[in-house]
Structures are given as structure tokens and as C-alpha cells.
Design a protein around this ligand. Structure first.
Ligand code: ZN
Length: 97
């Protein structure tokens, strides 16, 4: 732990709602309805509870429990790269729509 970098990382943190609009455009559905399970610690949670970092070269979403990488999106001039390796399971409940 480095107090200086920890403070910077804390200042850059947002929640999953901060990137919901971008992801909805990519995936075609309201991602705030997504229930996801972290592959690292198996914690279940809603998309909005993920920790979002948006100031790097892409979007990074981390687990609020273990801070493991759950989802990463990088846009290039010709493509969008989506890394879902940290998501063990995801589900959308359509009964409340
Ligand atoms: Zn986790």
C-alpha cells in the first residue's frame, strides 16, 4: 500500500452508473439491470456497485469487495475490445421491466 497512490486511486473511483450509457450503446441493453458475479471472490452484485475507472485508455470496472478486474473496455480507432474474463456469471432479470 502506498498512501499517495491510494489517495489518487480513490479520487478516480466512480460507480458502475458512470459508464452505463457507454455500455448500453455497445451492448444494446440497460446494463444497470445486470447482475454479475466476480470470478475472483464469487461476490454477487449489481452492475452499479462495481468500481469504475474511466480516465485511463479505456473503461475498467473492478469488484467492490476484492478489487479484482471484472470488465475492461478499450476503444481503438477501428474496434472495441471487451474483456469479460473477471465476470463468472451475469444475468438480467427481465420480470421487472
Ligand atoms: Zn471480487
Amino acid at each position: 500500500m502506498n498512501p499517495e497512490t491510494d489517495t489518487i486511486n480513490e479520487a478516480l473511483r466512480l460507480d458502475g452508473n458512470a459508464v452505463a450509457g457507454d455500455l448500453q450503446m455497445l451492448m444494446g441493453f440497460d446494463v444497470t439491470l445486470l447482475q454479475a458475479q466476480c470470478r475472483h471472490c464469487r461476490k454477487d452484485g449489481v452492475f452499479a456497485s462495481l468500481i469504475a475507472y474511466v480516465r485511463g485508455p479505456g473503461i475498467v470496472l473492478r469488484c467492490p469487495t476484492c478489487e479484482g478486474l471484472v470488465l475492461q473496455i478499450v476503444k481503438t480507432p477501428t474496434s472495441v475490445i471487451v474483456n469479460l474474463e473477471g465476470m463468472a456469471r451475469s444475468e438480467i432479470d427481465l420480470t421487472n421491466r
